[in-house]
Design a protein around this ligand. Structure first.
Ligand SMILES: [Zn+2]
Length: 191
């Protein structure tokens, strides 16, 4: 099944009903019958967890969400107990921000940057870090927008960072246009 077909299939009458319930504040309400839908389109209520397409799903605030995606995002921000570079114990408060970017502890980063300064390579290094951070943002943002279009199919992030929701199919062209603008904006900060 192509992605576009999957997109159309995911947006069923039940989803419309679910959105209607959401707007009316009836989060836990079961909607519709599962006649004619494939297995993963069976009706689920608030808080249910099930597996479909090799991923885990749940209904939160009346909206179908992909748990696997959330788990992955969480794991990406987890920190090991010991620094992979020097093996000393890391401290959440001090080392976490450094580990997120450099994958090593604060002391290792300080030592490494000192070495770069003394060898005159710091400027190049700094711009490389900034550019790769921007690349990360762009990639994360892209992946988020694409997964929103393909999974929940009822919301997108505006340029201002607000979540917009629709009852109905999203205007894909408008979303992609906004995405392009945002990427251009982020890339303009590169050195
Ligand atoms: Zn270290």
């Amino acid at each position: 099944m192509s992605k576009v077909q999957g997109l159309n299939k995911q947006f069923t009458e039940k989803d419309v009903n679910r959105m209607r319930n959401l707007i009316q504040g009836k989060h836990g309400d079961k909607v519709g019958q599962s006649v004619g839908y494939s297995k993963h389109d069976n009706d689920y209520k608030e808080g249910d967890i099930w597996e479909a397409d090799g991923r885990k799903w749940t209904i939160k605030d009346g909206i179908k969400q992909n748990i696997t995606k959330l788990d992955k995002a969480k794991k990406a921000h987890m920190m090991p107990i010991f620094c992979p570079n020097c093996g000393s114990k890391m401290h959440t408060d001090l080392d976490k921000p450094y580990y997120n970017i450099h994958k090593k502890c604060f002391n290792c980063v300080v030592e490494f940057e000192h070495h770069l300064r003394t060898s005159g390579l710091y400027e190049v290094y700094e711009s490389k870090i900034i550019n790769s951070e921007i690349d990360n943002w762009v990639n994360e943002f892209k992946a988020y927008i694409e997964s929103e279009l393909h999974t929940t199919n009822n919301s997108f992030i505006t340029e201002q960072g607000d979540v917009e929701r629709w009852v109905g199919a999203p205007n894909k062209d408008k979303v992609m246009e906004g995405l392009e603008k945002t990427i251009k904006h982020l890339n303009s900060f590169k050195r």
